[in-house]
Design a binder for this molecule. Structure first.
Ligand code: GRF
Length: 218
């Protein structure tokens, strides 16, 4: 952001329940996240996250992806709304659509995602079951910049926990979700205050290349 006095304006993209969105709303209210959540955008009209946004007085929009002939046409419609709202940061929070190269390029270095695994391990779906099947002792979630590579962009911050004996995928999922609610607003705050940025396909922290993500242990 060029104007240091301006509060970072964010669009949060959702498809579902929006517990991460709620964590952002709470962090802004608590003053630990200096962000103006200017828009919450969903591709599903029934997404409960839309209710959470409305309760918090945030502008919402819904664009049904099934109304578009292809991925890029849908992404262009989203970009129109996002650009109208003068957005600095896009936060993917349970947004279940793959973004087109057009969208990723248009907002290069300004889109964050959270993926429920210790990336680069387990990109893709069903991570909790895969972690348990592999017998891993550690698991967690990772905030990263979005690039063309699915779940593969430069990492910023990971939350890590120890897998418990006999834990089910569901129990693990709940523990990972709880830590996401801490690390995702924290990563967004690093972006909003200009400490984290994306340059040449890499994450910079305070101007220095961050080859491995910051780690919070839970
Ligand atoms: C999170 O677990 C996140 O890791 C994944 O989608 C889930 C979204 O949950 N990308 P919610 O809608 O924020 O509750």
């Amino acid at each position: 952001m060029s104007d240091a006095t301006r509060v970072c304006r964010a669009a949060i993209l959702i498809s579902g329940g929006g517990t991460n969105l709620q964590a952002f709303i709470n962090a802004v209210a608590a003053g630990t996240l200096e962000l103006d959540i200017a828009l919450v955008l969903s591709n599903k009209s029934e997404a409960y996250g839309l209710e959470r946004a409305k309760k918090a007085g945030i502008t919402t929009a819904c664009i049904d992806h099934t109304a578009f002939s292809d991925r890029e046409a849908f992404d262009r419609a989203m970009a129109e709304q996002i650009d109208e709202a003068n957005i600095d940061l896009i936060v993917l929070a349970g947004f279940m659509r793959i973004l087109s190269p057009y969208f990723v390029r248009h907002y290069e270095g300004r889109v964050l995602n959270i993926h429920p695994a210790l990336l680069p391990k387990y990109p893709g779906l069903d991570t909790h079951r895969r972690v348990l099947e592999a017998g891993d002792s550690e698991h967690g979630s990772t905030v990263h910049f979005v690039t063309d590579e699915l779940d593969g962009g430069p990492r910023i911050l990971a939350g890590r926990l120890q897998v418990r004996d006999g834990e089910t995928p569901d129990e693990l999922m709940h523990r990972v979700q709880s830590l996401e609610h801490v690390i995702y607003p924290r990563a967004a705050q690093l972006f909003a205050t200009g400490r984290i940025r994306f340059e040449d396909g890499k994450t910079l922290l305070d101007g220095t290349h961050l080859p491995e993500p910051l780690i919070d242990d839970f």
